[in-house]
Design a protein around this ligand. Sequence first.
Ligand SMILES: NC(=O)c1ccc[n+]([C@@H]2O[C@H](COP(=O)([O-])OP(=O)(O)OC[C@H]3O[C@@H](n4cnc5c(N)ncnc54)[C@H](O)[C@@H]3O)[C@@H](O)[C@H]2O)c1
Length: 250
Amino acid sequence: MRVKNKVAIVTGGSSGIGRSAALRLAEEGAKVIVSDVNEQAGEETVSAIHKNGGEASFIKADVSNEEEIKRLMNSTFKQYGSIDIVFNNAGVGNQQLKITELETEEWDKVVNINLKGVYLGMKHAIPYMEKGNGGSIINTSSVLGIKGMKFQGPYNAAKGGVITLTKNAALEFGKKNIRVNAIAPGVIDTPIINDWREDEWKWGIISKANALRRLGKPEEVANVVLFLASDEASFVTGSTVMVDGGGLTF
Ligand SMILES: NC(=O)c1ccc[n+]([C@@H]2O[C@H](COP(=O)([O-])OP(=O)(O)OC[C@H]3O[C@@H](n4cnc5c(N)ncnc54)[C@H](O)[C@@H]3O)[C@@H](O)[C@H]2O)c1
């Protein structure tokens, strides 16, 4: 087992990439705290883990709310005695608008969840990791944190910020044996991309815009998260791992 008895928190664990990662980490022996704003779906992730013989529980928290994130970290530490792995993964898409047409409230919402949420997840988990033997943090960025795309202003900015904040945290806490990496998924088959499916022409391009000519599966991202979380990645920190089927190669 690759993460046996490690305590792992997964935000956005009710759906898509987060749910797959929670299942994969539990399969490999981690005690998983599934966190999300969607409680019902989060409990479904927990049940699926229990059904597989794994250990998991659900704690509701909005990643953009500092008090809720503090409580998530504190309750986890109280219940399990350590925090070893944090997958800061919760995220939302944005309204497809030009910067000049965007309401500032939309900007704030997307940046608060997708970037501030990662900052808060690190800020309140790291002190507990420092008490133990270190830990591994994985932050979800995107290919859209590296390249620009029209009408994706807040998402582009937030996901780009995740990559540099990841490097920053890797430098600040490497001495404490805390590794911090980001993943940059390409187009992965989860509900977050449902809006894109509506335009048949656009979808025809987007769903195959990579070297492998297909959508990624959440489990394919979860396997990379598991690697980064495990001791197999003991000399990997500050990196951004592309999980995009070669989408950024052209
Ligand atoms: N699917 C893709 O193509 C793709 C590509 C690149 C990056 N990503 C990123 O991967 C991450 C996971 O997305 P997904 O594809 O699994 O989508 P998803 O919609 O299936 O899952 C996102 C989860 O985040 C939760 N969430 C939303 N706002 C939250 C908040 N404020 N606090 C806590 N939880 C919240 C949702 O309830 C949901 O369960 C996101 O950060 C997303 O930006 C996805």
